[in-house]
Design a protein around this ligand. Structure first.
Ligand SMILES: *Cc1c(COP(=O)(O)O)cnc(C)c1O
Length: 422
């Protein structure tokens, strides 16, 4: 296979396709545009100087669609709410990490990416099917914001392929299907390929979006399975150090990203230059970090599976034979760094466990190099009704762990000593 990469002088040359781990460090960055710096500089300017009034006029014609970019032409930068060099570099370098992606857009949060995707592809009167449980912010957006604007949400329990078919059958104007898999916090797997199969039979096109935050880009590849958009909270594994908020959208069909771009310019939710620079530096290690976290989590989950104070360990590698295991094996390369534990003794046991942890910290969020633990029922999922708790498997004794890259034996000892005291 061959692809086109811009040369230093801007001309195009056909080069061999490189491995994503190579491309993430080499493509989309021209040191000569950063005074020879080996790594990208930060361009904090809000506005860009034109070489002539004609160039300014042309730049605005391009933006408004009154002109198209000529082959080999690089559109001039105009204003940083629309585009800026650090976003451009980041998007170029992020694209090869998502298998099958041709284009990316970065946002100032995961919610901004999700919101912009939904507001780009849905109109009042459309329906949106989505898996539940889904990230709390996403649920709030669909049920409390989009519903009054005339977008009908159709909730479908995560992992229930048959229910997805039944509940979307005959739904008029199904504009999009939004899947979050694995679902948080019990890691229920939804079959992406089956959802794509359903969507393909619908005219006009139903956009299949996958929130790939928990397993991507290292272990789950929705675009390869036929999904249209992979959405991310880059706050989690992509950035990986619990020190920034960001989001991303990637697609195999660059025209979908081209549709979202003017909305991002309008909403003003592009990721800022400093954050782009930070995130760009983290991309080359996302595979290393996720692999280490997954290995650690696998060892810890296996060691705790039969612990006397634990009723159940939720971890993909421990799934029994059956439909969930089939989906996991079909769409995930590795089980990932998230583990949930259901402690015997309910909320009191869970709180006591969290209180006693010495290394793992009691915080929400996930995907950082440091291990975090939280009690979903009283925090991330506290807005749920009793029926939602039951459907999502969020019990009083459930503790969610985001395993980091520390030594797994140290972490296991920490969990064991905390369990001892429960
Ligand atoms: C955190 C998270 C989000 C929201 O991302 P922000 O960066 O906090 O806006 C969306 N989906 C999932 C699965 C998440 O974990």
């Amino acid at each position: 296979m061959a692809s086109e990469n811009p040369n230093r002088d801007g001309s195009k040359a056909t080069v061999e396709t490189l491995d994503p781990r190579t491309e993430v460090l080499t493509r989309g960055f021209d040191p000569s545009l950063s005074v020879g710096s080996a790594r990208p500089a930060v361009f904090r300017s809000s506005t860009y100087v034109f070489s002539s009034p004609e160039a300014a006029e042309h730049a605005f014609d391009l933006m408004a669609g009154r002109a198209v970019v000529a082959p080999g032409e690089q559109a001039d930068l105009v204003y940083s709410r629309f585009n800026h060099p650090n976003a451009q570099i980041l998007e170029e370098q992020m694209t090869p990490l998502e298998t099958g992606a041709k284009a990316a857009l970065v946002f100032n949060s995961g919610m901004a990416a999700i919101m912009t995707a939904l507001l780009t592809f849905l109109k009042p009167g459309d329906a949106l099917a989505y898996t539940t449980p889904i990230y709390g912010g996403t649920e709030h957006l669909i049920e409390d914001f989009l519903a009054p604007w005339g977008v009908r949400g159709v909730a479908v329990p995560a992992g229930e392929t048959e229910a997805l078919r039944e509940r979307t059958e005959g739904v008029s104007r199904l504009g999009a299907i939004l899947i979050e898999t694995p679902a948080n916090p019990t890691l229920v797997m939804t079959d992406i390929r089956a959802a794509v199969g359903l969507a393909r039979r619908i005219e006009p096109r139903t956009v299949v979006m996958v929130d790939n935050t928990l397993m991507g880009p290292a272990f789950q590849h929705p675009l390869k399975l036929g999904a249209d958009l992979a959405l991310y909270s880059a706050t989690k594994y992509l950035s990986g150090f619990s020190d920034m908020i960001g989001g991303a959208a990637l697609a195999a069909d660059a025209s979908l990203i081209a549709k979202m771009r003017p909305k991002r310019s309008l909403f003003g939710n592009i990721l800022q230059p400093d954050e782009c620079w930070m995130l760009d530096h983290r991309l080359s290690t996302v595979g290393l970090r996720m692999t280490r976290a997954s290995k650690n989590a696998g060892r810890i989950a296996a060691a705790l599976e039969h612990h006397s104070k634990i009723a159940r360990v939720f971890y993909p590698a421990l799934l029994p034979e059956g439909e969930q295991r089939r989906i996991y094996e079909a769409q995930c390369d590795y089980p990932g760094g998230m583990v949930s534990l259901e402690l015997r003794g309910g909320k009191r046991a869970a709180f006591e466990f969290l209180r006693r942890l010495r290394l793992a910290r009691n915080a929400v969020s996930l995907g950082g190099v440091e291990t975090l633990a939280c009690h979903p029922k009283s925090t991330t999922h506290s807005g749920f009704s009793e029926a939602q708790f039951a459907q999502a498997g969020v019990t009083d004794g459930l503790v969610r762990l985001s395993i980091g890259i520390e030594d797994w034996r140290d972490l296991l000892k920490d969990f064991e000593q905390a369990l001892e005291a429960v």
